[in-house]
Write a protein that binds this ligand. Sequence first.
Ligand code: B1M
Length: 212
Amino acid sequence: MATLQDLSKAVIAGKANKVKRLVNELLEEKVAPLDIINSGLIGGMVEVGVRFKANQMFVPEVLMSAQAMEAGTDIVKPLMNVDEVQDIGSVLLGTVKGDLHDIGKNLVGMMLESVGFKVINAGIDVSPEAFVEGVKEHKPDVVAMSALLTTTMLHMKDTIELLKEEGLRDSVKVIIGGAPVSQDFADEIFADGFAPDAVSATDLCKKLLGIS
Ligand code: B1M
């Protein structure tokens, strides 16, 4: 019988095929998709982060873990779309300028879609100008910015300031997230909210748009 711990270990080892097999086995064992993501896949990436910081893992291995994790989320993703016909609001989502981390951001997108938001995924390395263009083009209800680096989180402030300069700030809610950011930082840069994880991000968007 496959376990969530086996899945975490396969993510750490960067074994995409094993991850796919274990995810399928766990689904057959009726383990909830959200547990597979939170405890199995993210659990593995958390340990990867610890080892990366301690110089026990290096960029190529971390990338293999990231790819293994994505192979797992690709299987679970269709199961999260409980009601694709809903359209409760739209979210322009991106990782800020200079930042290439997209695993957490993509999870946020997946969770938002699963509760009925339309997600416009602007990708990674999204400049303040590109966020502003995205707002003009798509007129989203929410702009959601992700950052994983202490250096790049500062571009969240630049984006909010540019939205203000362009007269667009009042037309959208702005939320932020990612490991180095916090509610205090959100308050400091006048974001409308901060979410510590992907599930909280959906709750926050709903709350900001007055959806119960
Ligand atoms: Co990078 N990296 N990395 N990395 N990397 C971190 C972030 C780091 C903390 C590792 C460490 O030292 N322990 C460190 C940052 C230090 C700092 O600034 N404080 C770091 C570094 C230094 C770097 C490089 C500079 C390394 C180098 O080249 N020397 C480099 C920078 C590249 C760049 O961006 N310009 C780099 C590169 C990479 C890889 C490319 C190898 C790879 C990214 C692959 C990819 O994303 N496609 C990578 C990875 C994988 C990591 C770690 C190990 C894991 C990140 C991850 O995916 N976690 C990470 C260590 C760590 O975070 N512990 C690390 C799993 C993911 C599910 O969690 O992204 O936190 P997370 O998302 C969560 C929440 O934060 C939240 O919800 C998600 C889940 O519920 N969330 C939001 C995220 N965005 C949100 C938005 C929201 C709401 C919630 O609303 C808008």
